[in-house]
Every structure is written in C-alpha cells, then in structure tokens.
Design a protein. Structure first.
Length: 455
C-alpha cells in the first residue's frame, strides 16, 4: 500500500539549533525540488511572530554559506507560519489546528528535548481526532530499555506504529545506504558473506575532536548512548541482515530487527570504557564524571550465518583521526603460499569507508614485482566520480521520506528496544572509565580491541 504524501509539515522547536543548522537547509532544498508542502508551521515557546521566523530562517541559511536563490527562498518563506506557546498548554494545539486550516495530513517533527515528547504527543492527539498525523521523533528514543518501552507505550496510546517515524539521520547518509546496495546488488559477495569465510568485522566511528562546548549535554549521555545504541548497531544490522523478501519498508526493517534480536547482549568483560584527559575540565562536565568518551566492545550474533564471528565496535572522541568505517576481514588461506618470511601476508579485507572519504576498498594479494614468487597487498577501490550530481543531505532525504510515508530508513519499535537490550548490561553496572591521552586510540586496556586500527 502506497501512503499518501503529507500536505503540511509542523516543526516543534523551530527556533532551536537543529532547525537552524539542519532543518532549514533541508526545507530550502525540498522547496527547490518542489517537494515541500505549501504549509510549514513552526511551534516554539519563543515569543516571535511569523516575520521574525522568516528573518531567522534567512539568517540561518546565510550563516551556512548556501547559494540562496531568492525565488526559492520566497516560496519557502511564504509557506511558513508560526505558533508561539507552551507545549503543555492545550491552547497551543488549538492554535496549531487553526494554522493548519484545511491541511489534514501533516507530518509533525519533534526537534525538542525528549522529556517534552509525552506532552506534545498528548497535545497533538487532542486535536487530531482522525489520527491522520505522522510523528517524526529525534533520537534518543529513551535512555534505556525501560524508558524506551514507556515512550513507545505513550506513542501507541495515541498513534499506530505506522504513523511513527523514529529518525536517525545516520540511516539517511549516502555511504550508509550503499552498504545494503553493495551487499545485495553484487552476487559475488553472497557465497562469502558468512562464518565460513569471514573471520571478523570491525566498525569504527572516531572523532579527532572533543565535546565542542556540549559538555553539559554529553555528560548525561556518553559514547555508548550517543552513537553505539543507534548509529553503530544500525551499521551492524545492515552488514549482517539476511536478504529481504522485497524492497518494501517493513521487509527491510524486519531483517534489521532480526539481527539485533539475535545479537548477544554486551558483557562487561567485553567492553572497555575510556575518558580523554581533560574531559572533566570541560564546561558543564562534573568534576568526578565517569561518563565515557570512548567505548570499545566485542560481541557476536547468535545466528546460523554469523555464529562464532566476533563483531567489534569502536567509538570515541579525541582519537587520532576522524573516521567512520566498517572492515570485513576474511579468513586466512589454509596455507601461506608465496609468502615473504619477513612479512607474512595479511588476509583479504573489504573496507567500507564513509568518512572522511566515501569509498570501498577490497584488499587482495598479487605478485610483488621481481624474480621472487612472493605476494604483496593491493587495494581495488571504488571511488565516486567528482562530477556526480550533488548528494542530498541526510535530513533532506529523511524529511522527504516522512512526507511520503516511506519508513524504510527509520527505526521501528522492536529494533529500538532490541538495541537497548544489547547495551543495557554496560549501562546498569559499568566498569570505571580508563583515562587516555588525546590523540591515542583510547586507553591501553582497549588495545586488544583496537589493534586493527593501528596495524
């Protein structure tokens, strides 16, 4: 069944940083592509009028150095409306309903702190008698399994699951989407994509910078909640999933959820938490903080395809470089023919690099030039041409999907709860953090997990 495209967009928190940095450019680009509804209603507690909102939107785009087309911006600006009010006040939703006028199929985007979600959900349901709205929620979806279940219960008291879009912008990124296409559009990989040929898989999200003035926020979250529970476990799911029965949204989400359901919960002995030197002196951070700025974890997927294959997940701040990648390491040949005794050949691997470059590399062994029959590694690379059309930003793509009712790139309730189950043991009773110096690959205690990054 093809969903009807939404006829309006409501943005809660339209005066905030997320709107200024990510949502306004996405909306401007949707306007340029004739994909934005003609009614966009912003809701926030700031006492502005619509003219102030329009000026704010223009300034926000100018700060991002976008090449603004005045005609496109005028069309975007004309679509804007504004409702100032308290999210807990029923009158706010009555005035929102008036601004929507005869638009009956709106998408409502929650760019607000999660503690306000229940108030907004109940406020919207009070004026949405037909339950025609779609709700788009920013992560985090809870702080642990219990709070995630509580949030889902509140959502489902008012709206069915197919009206709920849990947005993780990571799933909208082009290189992440390429993981699934590369896997299933190339039949040469499928016979090798299992425990018989793959030795291990390592997923890394490294940042060379720190908390960037967001210490007060980050200190209550930490690396495990911030990127492992969502971004990196979604990458695991894309790499490990079985072929879906079709490209329908729920067929794809079914397979991602199955992976997370089969994944073993993290054991404290398989996790190393670290904290970079100087973190406790960051503004907003507790002087005795035990929040991790680095985490390395190893687990397995208890399925027929992946039994016994270790999956390593690494994430952290103030590491040697900014890098997002997945490395699939294949098993060694049964005998080391043509090997240089001084330099044993490394096994083949497939690297999906998403940052800083978007490229795929397959490492193979070929003959080293010269008289000796010895091998050397070479990389076969797939690099996107520079003259490719401009890529759509993740937020633009996901907003467009939500407006169309396409949920394939959004998280589903069962997958969200399965991801919390995986990391909950190290949230409830974590080992103390290990200190590490900025510019290192985490603390020394994690070397057995991070050695692939330094080889």
């Amino acid at each position: 069944m093809i969903a009807e495209r939404a006829d309006a967009l409501v943005l809660f928190g339209i005066t905030g940083d997320l709107a200024a940095k990510k949502l306004f450019p996405a909306l401007y680009n949707l306007t340029a592509r004739n994909r934005l509804p003609n009614r966009v209603v912003g809701v926030a507690s700031t006492e502005w009028d619509v003219d102030q909102l329009r000026k704010h939107a223009r300034k926000s785009l100018e700060k991002l150095d976008l090449d603004i087309d005045d005609k496109v911006f005028a069309e975007f600006s004309d679509a804007l409306r504004y409702v100032a009010g308290d999210y807990r006040d029923a009158n706010t939703y009555e005035r929102l309903s008036i601004e929507l006028n005869d638009h009956t199929k709106p998408v409502c985007y929650f760019a607000i702190p999660p503690f306000l979600f229940p108030d907004v959900i109940r406020g919207l349901s009070s004026v949405d008698k037909e339950r025609a709205m779609r709700l788009v929620l920013e992560k985090p979806f809870g702080r642990d399994l219990k709070s995630a279940k509580e949030l889902n219960q509140i959502l489902h008291e008012a709206y069915p699951e197919d009206s709920i879009f849990r947005i993780d912008h990571f799933l909208g990124k082009e290189p992440v989407q390429n993981l699934i296409v590369f896997r299933f559009a190339n039949s040469i990989l499928e016979p090798l994509w299992n425990r018989y040929f793959i030795d291990s898989i390592e997923i890394t999200m490294a940042e060379s910078f720190g908390v960037e003035g967001r210490g007060g926020f980050y200190d209550g979250i930490g690396a495990t909640r911030d990127v492992v529970q969502n971004h990196l476990l979604q990458m695991v799911a894309l790499l490990a999933m079985e072929p879906p029965v079709s490209d329908a949204p729920d067929a794809l989400r079914d397979e991602r959820a199955k992976v997370l359901t089969a994944m073993k919960a993290l054991e404290p002995d398989d996790v190393v938490r670290g904290q970079y030197d100087g973190y406790r002196q960051e503004s907003g951070v507790s002087e005795d903080s035990d929040t991790e700025t680095f985490v390395a974890a190893r687990t397995e997927i208890d399925s027929w395809r992946w039994a016994g294959v270790p999956w390593t997940i690494i994430a952290g701040k103030h590491l040697p470089e900014t890098l997002t990648q997945a490395i699939v390491r294949f098993k060694k040949p049964p005998q080391a023919f043509f090997a240089d005794p001084a330099n044993a050949p490394s096994p083949n691997f497939l690297r999906f690099e998403m940052k800083p470059k978007d490229q795929i590399t397959l490492s193979l062994q070929t003959k080293r030039p010269g008289s000796a029959l010895v091998s050397r590694p070479v990389g076969l690379q797939i690099i996107e041409p520079e003259n490719q059309p401009a890529r759509r930003d993740a937020y633009e793509r996901l907003l467009d999907d939500a407006l169309s009712g396409d949920s394939r790139r959004f998280a589903r309730q069962d997958a969200v709860e399965a991801a919390w189950r995986i990391i909950e043991p190290v949230l409830n009773d974590p080992e103390p953090v290990h200190p590490y110096f900025k510019g290192n690959w985490g603390p020394p205690a994690a070397r057995h997990l991070t050695k692939g990054l330094t080889e």
